[in-house]
Design a protein around this ligand. Sequence first.
Ligand SMILES: [Zn+2]
Length: 206
Amino acid sequence: MKLLLSLCLLSAPLAAMTPDEGLQRLVDGNNRYTQDQFISPDRTQERREEVVSVQKPYAIIVGCSDSRVSPEIIFDQGIGDLFVVRVAGNVVGPVELDSIEYSAAVLGSVTVLVLGHENCGAVRAVLANQTKDIEAIAELMEKGIAPFRNDQADAVSNAIKANARAMAAYIKTTPILGALIKDGKLKVYPGYYNLKSGKVDILDEK
Ligand SMILES: [Zn+2]
């Protein structure tokens, strides 16, 4: 991976967008989605031709596999806009990290959004210690959500947000992505998707 990154970095300039602009583009797209005002960008023949030999997705979405949280739809984006890493519970292990690093370091993505969502079945299962079928996911999730394993009414939503924050915090500590962040070329945010309204809340990082 390191050799691949160093070779590709020579030829692939970063996208001409700042991390803050990348986040704003996601927020704007989500606002269009929640207001049923889609513009459905980048879905034409012209766009497909544009990205045949090169892609420069400006954002990386680390999301849950859940069928209700499809990134291109909820952010009103199109072909070549988002590099999407989806896995139940939006956890980040070695495989997911390699994918995130590739898009950030090679393709020039500037914004990472780790997107938890309301009523996430994977988080609920780990909270309830029902991890028999999702042991690998539970292992990655356990530390972040353990403090919420009690009977309080909003334990599930708190744990979902804590999981998104924990994965975002982890991503920031990794060497390749940490260096990009230090250079101002990348920012990582945790987020929370509300199923009914469709709104994505950008979370603080506490
Ligand atoms: Zn989920």
